[in-house]
Design a protein around this ligand. Structure first.
Ligand code: SF4
Length: 69
């Protein structure tokens, strides 16, 4: 699994940081998303999927997700 973010689309909601704080943070200057962990380990993949699904601005993309683990 690989996570990517589009900070131009991010509307600084903070949802992803709430859902997966090991993977996402927010900029201290403008609140936009900061990607901490682009290749999350197995235990963080469900939170990563949830963060992508719940992002109100569709700013999070997941690729190479084999579906298990
Ligand atoms: S959930 Fe989406 S819009 Fe909100 S901070 Fe994260 S990337 Fe940005």
């Amino acid at each position: 699994m690989r996570v990517s973010v589009d900070s131009d689309r991010c509307c600084s909601s903070g949802m992803c940081v709430w859902t997966a704080p090991d993977i996402f943070d927010q900029s201290e200057t403008d609140g936009t998303v900061v990607l901490l962990l682009p290749e999350p380990p197995a235990r963080l993949r469900d939170p990563a999927r949830k963060a992508a699904a719940d992002c109100p601005c569709r700013a999070i993309t997941i690729t190479g997700d084999e579906g298990a683990g």
